[in-house]
Design a protein. Structure first.
Length: 490
C-alpha cells in the first residue's frame, strides 16, 4: 500500500480542469481552466461552499420541474403526472398512509390493504415530522401541496449535507463533489421519495470513516440503515478491507456503532408496535417483481412470471457480493473504500426486484468518489435519464386507455436495458481501476485511499494478490515521498 510520510508537505487541492478533458471543456462557460499562476485560497467562496450552492441550485431546478404536478397534475388523474414526468410519492402517501388524518406510523392501522407504513422507522419519523409542520386546515389539495413543500425543504437540507460530506471526504479533491451537485439524476429524482435522508446519513458515515473515526462511522451508518436498508452493505466493504489490512479493532468499532444506533431507533417500535415494525421487512420479502428490474425485463420477454424471483435475486446478490469481496482480496493493491462501496450498492440495485427512479440517488455520491471522471459519469447518467423518462411515458401509455399516448412496452424495455447497461459500464470501469490501479485518477498523485481513514497507507496483512507494484502513472507530487507496500514477509 502507499504510505505518505508525515514530513510530506500539505498539497493543494486537485483541480479537475487540469486532469479531466470534459471538465476542462465545460469550464469554458466560466472562463476556462484555472491558469498556472492563479492564486488559490483566500476567498470566502471556497470549493465546499461552491459545491453546496450548485447543489441547492440544481435542487431548486428539480423542484421547478415538478411544478406542473404541484399546480394541478397530481390532483387530476394519474395520466397527467406521467406525461409531465413530475410524479412524486410524497403528496399521495400523505393521504393514503394516514398522515393527513394524524395517524402514528407503525402504531396505528391504515385503512386499506397496506395496514401499516411500509418504510423503515427513521423514514417514517421523517414523514411524520413533516406532517406536523403541514397545515391541518384548508382543502386536501392545499395540504398535499404544503406537505410536499415541507418535505422538499427538509430534503434540501439533506442534499446540502451530502454535498458537504462528499466534498470533504477526499481532502484534496473537493471539486469531485460537483459530480453529485450537477448530476441530472439528482435534480430529477430528489423529491420523488425520502431517499435523500438515508443518503445524507451514509455520506456522513463515509466522511467519518475517512477521518479515522470508525465508531462515529458506525453510528451514522446504523442511522442510515434505520432509514433505508442498503447502507448496511458498506459494512461488507469495511469488513473485507479491514481483513486485508488487519484493522480488526476499527471494524469492531464500526459494527458496534452500527448496531447500537440502529437498535436505539428501532427498539422502541419493535417493543411496542411489533406488527407495524415488521411491515417493511415482510413487504420487501413478499413484494413481486416490479418496475425497472432485470427480473421484470426477463419476465416480460420470456412470458415466465418468475414466481421465485426473490430467491434468485437474493442468491445472485450474495454471489456477486462474494465476488466483489474476492476482487478486494486478489487485487494488486487494496481497493479504495469508495470503490467497493459503489460496487456493492450497484450489485444490490442491479439485482433488486424493483428499480424506482430515485434509486439512482444511492449511487451518485458513491460514483463521485469511486470514479471521478466526467465522461464515464455522464455516460451512466444518460442511461438513468433515459430510464427516468421511459418509466413515466410507459405509465402514461398504460393509463391512457385507447389513446395509447406514451411509450409502449417495447420502448420501456429498451429504457430498462439502457439503465442496466450504463450502470454495468460504470461498474466495469471501477473494476478496471481496481485491477489496474494506474488507471485510477484518484491515485495518480501518489495517494492510496483518501476515503480509507485507518486504511489509508496501511500495509497488507492478508492478501491473495501478487506483490503490489507502483502504478505506472502515479507520479508523486514534488516534495512528496511515497513507499509502495508489499505483502508481509517480502
Amino acid at each position: 500500500m502507499t504510505k505518505v510520510h508525515e514530513d510530506s508537505p500539505v498539497l493543494p487541492p486537485v483541480l479537475p480542469t487540469r486532469q479531466d478533458e470534459v471538465a476542462a471543456a465545460g469550464s469554458e462557460f466560466i472562463g476556462g481552466p484555472l491558469g498556472r499562476y492563479a492564486r488559490l485560497g483566500g476567498h470566502w467562496l471556497n470549493p465546499v461552499r461552491v459545491v453546496v450552492l450548485v447543489t441547492l441550485g440544481m435542487f431548486a431546478l428539480g423542484m421547478a420541474q415538478k411544478l406542473p404536478c404541484y399546480n394541478w397534475a397530481w390532483f387530476r388523474g394519474a395520466g397527467s403526472q406521467y406525461t409531465h414526468a413530475c410524479y412524486s410519492d410524497i403528496p399521495h402517501l400523505f393521504v393514503v398512509r394516514g398522515f393527513a388524518d394524524g395517524l402514528t406510523p407503525y402504531f396505528d392501522r391504515i385503512p386499506g390493504d397496506m395496514q401499516f407504513l411500509e418504510y423503515p422507522v427513521l423514514t417514517g419519523l421523517f414523514m411524520k415530522v413533516a406532517s406536523w409542520m403541514t397545515p391541518g386546515s384548508g382543502s386536501m389539495q392545499h395540504r398535499e401541496q404544503m406537505y410536499w413543500m415541507v418535505n422538499a425543504g427538509m430534503l434540501m437540507v439533506c442534499a446540502a449535507v451530502i454535498a458537504v460530506c462528499v466534498a470533504r471526504t477526499h481532502r484534496r479533491r473537493p471539486w469531485d463533489a460537483l459530480l453529485f451537485a450537477l448530476a441530472p439524476g439528482f435534480a430529477l429524482t430528489a423529491t420523488i421519495n425520502w431517499d435523500l435522508m438515508a443518503i445524507a446519513l451514509t455520506a456522513a458515515a463515509m466522511l467519518m470513516w475517512s477521518r479515522s473515526r470508525p465508531l462515529a462511522f458506525g453510528v451514522f451508518l446504523g442511522l442510515a440503515t434505520a432509514a433505508k436498508l442498503y447502507p448496511v452493505l458498506l459494512l461488507g466493504a469495511v469488513f473485507v478491507l479491514c481483513w486485508r489490512a488487519g484493522k480488526w479493532r476499527a471494524f469492531g468499532a464500526a459494527v458496534g456503532g452500527t448496531a447500537a444506533s440502529w437498535l436505539a431507533v428501532n427498539l422502541p417500535v419493535m417493543l411496542f408496535a411489533w406488527e407495524g415494525w415488521t411491515k417493511f421487512y415482510t413487504f420487501s420479502q413478499e413484494r413481486p417483481i416490479d418496475f425497472g428490474s432485470v427480473w421484470l425485463l426477463i419476465s416480460q420477454r420470456s412470458g415466465n412470471p418468475l414466481e421465485d424471483a426473490n430467491t434468485y435475486a437474493t442468491g445472485l446478490t450474495l454471489l456477486l457480493c462474494a465476488a466483489i469481496g474476492a476482487l478486494a482480496l486478489t487485487a494488486p493493491r487494496r481497493p479504495r473504500f469508495a470503490q467497493l462501496a459503489f460496487l456493492l450498492v450497484a450489485a444490490f440495485i442491479l439485482l433488486n426486484k424493483v428499480y424506482s427512479p430515485q434509486y439512482v440517488l444511492w449511487l451518485i455520491p458513491l460514483a463521485a468518489l469511486a470514479r471521478p471522471r466526467w465522461r464515464d459519469f455522464l455516460i451512466w447518467q444518460t442511461g438513468e435519464v433515459i430510464y427516468f423518462l421511459g418509466i413515466w411515458f410507459y405509465l402514461a401509455y398504460t393509463t391512457s386507455g385507447d389513446k395509447h399516448q406514451g411509450l409502449p412496452l417495447e420502448g420501456y424495455q429498451l429504457a430498462i436495458t439502457a439503465h442496466l447497461l450504463c450502470t454495468l459500464y460504470l461498474c466495469a470501469v471501477v473494476v478496471r481501476d481496481i485491477l489496474l490501479p494506474d488507471r485510477d485518477v484518484v491515485r495518480r498523485d501518489g495517494s492510496d485511499d483518501p476515503s480509507g481513514g485507518v486504511l489509508d497507507g496501511a500495509e497488507d496483512v492478508f492478501t491473495l494478490a501478487q506483490t503490489p507494484k507502483a502504478p505506472q502513472d502515479a507520479a508523486p507530487s514534488e516534495g512528496q515521498r511515497v513507499d509502495w507496500g508489499a505483502r508481509p514477509g517480502e
